[in-house]
Design a protein around this ligand. Structure first.
Ligand code: ADP
Ligand code: MG
Length: 392
């Protein structure tokens, strides 16, 4: 590993500035899902038990460099204390005084970083001000690592730095899946549109052995091969791009798996009348809403021969039944193989996580990334500034 972890740091008696993502959903002043706070517990506990003092820093919402009272982290300080099980002191902009007054075991929570315009501009001065509070910097916010901000990038050059437990877990899972994977590697890429995942597809064809293309984006590939996709969601203007991706895959020795059969319907609604047809036989007045049973068999066969799976994007319109069937069936097979120790499976993406949860498969996947944008940028092969800075 190219970055340090908490195990490499001497934390005793040190003040440790920890960048976390506690951007939790709230309704009527109450936190409705504390998962993001729960996930930083291992890092916080480790530092506190090792005799360090944790100073938490985080963003909340998009205040754009101004003080927006509704986005103050003061509103969630109570929940943070409850979930972490340590006393929390909240500090507005008088960080220094607050640090001096910290008592035994107390954790300091700094006000929303994005109230300061220097945060999002990666301002050296703001980073220095933050760094002056502590002896060590820990980044535990992989989900914010795709942004070069003062608290994720600049600060890492000013203090001895390392990855927190959550960051470490996420990076190891991702490296195991794409940088140093056991082969063969299969990627499943689905979702609505090719246009949102062009860079991702371009990167994956040079890294994986099989690329399963599903969801609405498969229609664009089918159409690019001359098939009539009727009224399906399809980006006809991307036909050339789709053909280029297929050519790049061929040159790289990556097999592309498109659905051989599909589920079509005339309406986009739950329980709509539907039928299974060959991918080349979509009726002119119908739309493709899911992959068919033969396609699922081929996908599951590919999974059975693979050692590693990376998954982003559902195979069909999984929100409306019965067009969740292909996604559910492939997810169940991936879960089964993972549970049996035969497959390392990593998945991420907002709708993907929802779909795998709905399929009841998420718990058996090797790793589910909740990082959203950072996960996608990593699949695109981009260097994430927050991760690169930890290596430097
Ligand atoms: P993620 O958020 O995991 O990256 P996307 O946002 O790219 O995934 O894609 C999810 C969306 O793709 C879902 O809303 C799903 O309904 C839609 N989708 C999948 N297959 C089809 C299809 N054949 N036709 C229309 N929409 C589809
Ligand atoms: Mg989405």
């Amino acid at each position: 590993m190219a970055w340090k972890t908490l195990d490499d740091m001497d934390l005793k008696g040190k003040r440790v500035l920890v960048r976390v993502d506690i951007n939790v959903p709230m309704e009527n002043g109450e936190v409705t899902d504390a998962t993001r706070i729960e996930r930083i517990v291992p890092t916080v506990d480790h530092i506190q038990h090792a005799g360090g003092t944790v100073i938490l820093m985080a963003h909340y919402g998009r205040p754009k460099g101004k003080v927006v009272p509704e986005m103050s982290l003061e509103h969630i300080a109570g929940t943070v204390a409850e979930v972490l099980g340590w006393p929390i002191v909240w500090a507005n902009s008088d960080y220094r005084d607050a640090v001096k007054e910290l008592e035994n075991d107390e954790i300091l929570l700094l006000e929303n970083l994005r109230f300061n315009p220097g945060e999002e501009t990666n301002d050296e001065g703001f980073a220095k001000r933050l760094a002056s509070l502590a002896d060590i910097y820990v980044n535990d916010a992989f989900s914010a690592a795709h942004r070069a901000h003062a608290s994720t990038e600049a600060i890492a050059h000013l203090l001895p730095s390392c990855a927190g437990r959550l960051m470490q877990e996420e990076l190891s899972a991702l490296e195991n899946a794409l940088e140093t994977p056991k082969r063969p590697v299969t990627a499943v890429v689905g979702g609505a549109k090719v246009s949102t995942k062009l860079e991702l597809l371009g990167n994956l064809v040079s890294k994986v052995d099989n690329l399963v293309i599903g969801g609405g984006m498969a229609n664009t590939f089918l159409a690019a091969q001359g098939m009539d996709v009727g009224k399906s969601l399809c980006e006809h203007d991307l036909a050339d791009t789709a053909r280029e991706i297929m050519a790049k895959a061929k040159a790289a020795g990556c097999a592309i798996l498109l659905p051989s059969d599909v589920v079509v319907a005339r309406e986009f609604k739950a329980g709509a009348a539907h039928e299974v047809v060959a991918a080349s036989d979509c009726p002119a007045d119908a739309m493709i809403l899911d992959a068919g049973p033969r396609a699922v068999e081929a996908i599951n066969a590919a999974l059975g021969e693979s050692q590693t799976l990376v998954w982003n994007g559902p195979l069909g319109a999984f929100e409306i039944e019965p067009f969740d069937r292909a996604t559910n069936a492939a997810a169940a097979e991936a879960a089964r193989l993972s549970k049996a120790g035969k497959l390392t499976s990593v998945a991420g993406g907002g709708d993907t996580v929802a779909a795998l949860n709905k399929a009841g498969a998420a718990d058996d996947f090797t790793y589910i990334s909740t990082a959203g944008g950072a996960f996608l940028e990593w699949l695109e092969g981009k260097d994430l500034p927050g991760v690169a800075a930890l290596k430097g």
